[in-house]
Design a protein around this ligand. Sequence first.
Ligand code: HCA
Ligand code: CU
Length: 406
Amino acid sequence: MALNQFAIVESTLREGEQFYTANFSSNDKVQIATELDNFGVEYIELTSPCASPQSYRDCQQLTQLGLRTKVLTHIRCHLEDAKVALDTGVNGINMFMGTSSLLRQFGHGKSINELIDLVAEVATFIHYQSPQTELRFSPEDAFRSSLSDLLRVYLAIDQLGLINRFGIADTVGVATPNQVFNLVQTLRQCTDKEIEFHGHNDTGCAIANSYAALEAGATHIDTTVLGIGERNGITPLAGLIARLYTIDPEQLARKYQLHQLLPLHQLITDKIGIKIPFNHYIIGEAAFSHKAGIHTKAILNNPKTYEAIDPSDFGLTRSFLINHKLTGKHAIANRASQLGLQLDTLQIQTITQQIKALADQQDLTVEEVDELLYSTFNVQHNRNPEEEFKSVSIQPSAISYQQVAG
Ligand code: HCA
Ligand code: CU
């Protein structure tokens, strides 16, 4: 897998609209599309223009914004949907239809042969109306479909020569990375068309599955900001970025504006009324916070010891927690020098032991740790603590100090 040979299909404005608290206005969609474009995703996918009158107008408007990202819309395999989608002027159309026996029986009710005929009819219509429109077909619920049915569908449609890209959808998030790898590899051996993977996260495998898809030859990965979507959503954009960053950070930074990742997420959380989860990839509050003394010491020597990702590549800073019993003398010494206080090794050791003993008894604040540092410093210099507090200014540093929750 080469990092410059894949594309993100960002579906916050389609799959993400299916999230339980999402209800984007037209203005929201313009802002979100613009931010996604600034970040540099190659495609954005929009809700079907057939979903509602406003969805139709939004497709038209977003297509006319002049974004660098290509604008796709997502439709059922219906001739009517295809006509409406073409009218909006989108760059590409993502069609889908269920191939699992469950969806065939309880969803659209069609046999595999009928499904192939329908896809062929709609694809032919779109292609002859607008040959430049990028066309994708995805069998929904691929991992609960029989392999022979899937391959029959892919091969029959490939032979038509009308489709640019095939999708593979893990609709209910049941696939494992091995299964995804095997299916993508099998499809890769059958066709030279692009392959797009869409993975739900019901069992927590969406990022690993997306990465396995890329390793097996997929060319496009669907994401949404924070992973929002039906139920608990799909591959989160920041999670995919984190995964890929560890392979080739420079290449990734050339492809995407990594400093825009946080503002993009803040925009979405603002619109859906949800906070960024503390453990979210890269941008979660805990992503670069270091606590145990062993970790803080090593990080101070070389941040790579306990960070696979450099926060500064994303315009972020790491933080240390020092007001707890796991703290270490190196972190305390660093805090003292950040406060402009010169203390010797013995003093730092003593203060560290004091903090540990105090933290065993009660919750401590960073201010209380600072007071210990100031008072030792002031006693040593025989100064009036009140004045000293005012005169010492905090040195700027790449490390901020987080409060351990009480
Ligand atoms: C949906 C289904 C879908 C389609 C994915 C795709 C899924 O919500 O309409 O078109 O590749 O997960 O199967 O999102
Ligand atoms: Cu989906």
